[in-house]
Design a protein around this ligand. Structure first.
Ligand SMILES: *Cc1c(COP(=O)(O)O)cnc(C)c1O
Length: 428
């Protein structure tokens, strides 16, 4: 399928037409386990001498199609589906770092990722050093012999900063560490981080890839380029007691290129178990078939709404990476040439109180803690996700109390705009 283009791969990649019962749609393999041919076959599968289906916690034929398809769309070598984007991020880190190791991450992360990095990983012995986005002096100061990865988002939070992926990859590789990119906000249609040097790409499938707010899932894509045989990656160089002393960085023969994603499947996924349901894999495959069309429209609608907000008298400031005059416009033009996705954030005049009133007055928009749905969504972080912080603490966290976050959907842009203007009138 390698010769086909994105739009075609999104619909066909991974499905074996010769296999099974001639089903044109993708079958959902709603099974826990798979028949072994005989005891020798079973023994070979367990010893990784042969690859094949054992148990759905580890692999599933429906999920396998999703994994092949997302890997192809990202230009990666292989992928692993997981129960949520959060699980995908956790596994992406614990599959390269252990107790005593460190990672460096940009500080403009998705809230859940921020909490995982700041409140959970340190309790398990992995130190996370947060730096200002694209501030390479801070990176050079933070990096040391214990650093195992640089983690960034293609488009960050809450102010939609675009990461200079080429520079991030160059800096990471100079220090012998991989670049891990959360590409949820861009999707592979708008940006393919591997083309700029990323080694690992993670996604919350829950958002634009699923696209309709119907299921939770995540995926990790391995570019297959990083050399894990460097002794500082203990997980790849010390013998694995779970696999008779196998060293994942050395002993995989023809599959050596896939060491990272293979290890993630047979170690963290096998024994921590955040498996993706095959029913959800089917939903994400359905979403992928129209991903490019939807992302074009999300981006187009979001840019139009951002332009109109900029001219609205009740608006202080507006951020959308491809908006004329936006501080991220140059990076957006380079990394997101097809459009900058569906997110728009803006500051409403009158601060936190007006922001809450505006949200309450919206009718078409849904007030939810999600993004990346066909439906337009809105939230006011100061009174919800960040309400436990004082105004001073919110500002310190880079969150302006007047900030309203919009995830622009696929409705007619005039209907979206009319809802926004009537909410402004009511908030006034
Ligand atoms: C939603 C989201 C996540 C977490 O994904 P879940 O599927 O909700 O666990 C991680 N990163 C980004 C950028 C997200 O938007």
């Amino acid at each position: 399928m390698g010769q086909y283009r994105f739009e075609t791969l999104a619909i066909h990649q991974g499905q074996d037409r010769q296999e099974g019962r001639q089903s044109r749609g993708i079958p959902v393999y709603r099974t826990t386990s798979y028949l072994f041919r005989d005891t020798e076959h079973a023994a070979n599968l367990f010893a990784l001498k042969e690859l094949g289906n054992i148990y759905t916690r580890l692999m599933n034929p429906t999920t396998d199609i999703l994994e092949q398809r997302v890997a192809a769309l990202e230009g990666g070598a292989a992928a692993l589906g997981l129960a949520s984007g959060t699980a995908a991020i956790f596994y992406s880190i614990i599959n390269l770092a252990k107790v005593g190791d460190e990672i460096i991450a940009f500080n403009n992360l998705y809230g859940g990722t921020y909490s995982q990095f700041v409140d959970i990983l340190p309790h398990h012995g992995i130190t996370v050093r947060l730096i200002d986005p694209n501030n390479w002096d801070q990176f050079e100061k933070a990096v040391n012999e214990k650093t195992r990865a640089l983690f960034v988002e293609t488009i960050g939070n809450p102010t939609l900063g675009v990461t200079d992926l080429e520079e991030a990859a160059r800096r990471a590789h100079k220090h012998g560490i991989p670049l891990v990119v959360d590409n949820t906000f861009a999707t592979p249609w708008l940006c393919r981080p591997i083309e700029y040097g990323a080694d690992i790409v993670v996604h919350s499938l829950t958002k634009w890839i699923g696209g309709h707010g119907g299921a939770i899932g995540g995926i990790v894509v391995d570019a297959g380029n990083f050399d894990w045989s460097n002794p500082k990656f203990a997980l790849y160089n010390e013998p694995d007691t779970g696999y008779h002393g196998l060293r994942f960085g050395h002993d995989l023969g023809g599959l050596q290129k896939l060491a990272y994603i293979l290890r993630m499947r047979v170690v963290p996924l096998r024994n921590l178990g955040a498996a993706l349901s095959p029913d959800n894999s089917w939903i994400f495959l359905q979403g992928l078939e129209s991903l490019n069309l939807r992302m074009d429209r999300h981006s187009q609608n979001a840019l139009e709404i951002a332009r109109r907000l900029k001219k609205h008298p009740q608006v202080d400031w507006v951020i959308h990476p491809s908006l004329e005059g936006d501080p991220n416009k140059k990076l957006a033009d380079k990394y997101l040439p097809r459009g900058a996705g569906g997110m728009v954030v803006f500051g409403i005049k009158g601060g936190s109180e007006k922001g809450a009133k505006f949200i309450d007055a919206l009718q078409l928009f849904s007030h939810v803690a999600n993004v990346g749905d066909s439906k337009s969504l809105a939230i006011h972080p100061a009174t919800t996700t960040h309400s436990q912080l004082s105004e001073a603490q919110q500002r310190e966290a880079g969150l302006d109390p007047s900030l309203v976050r919009l995830s622009i959907g696929l409705e007619h842009v005039e209907d979206i705009w009319e809802d926004i203007t009537q909410a402004f009138e009511k908030a006034n």
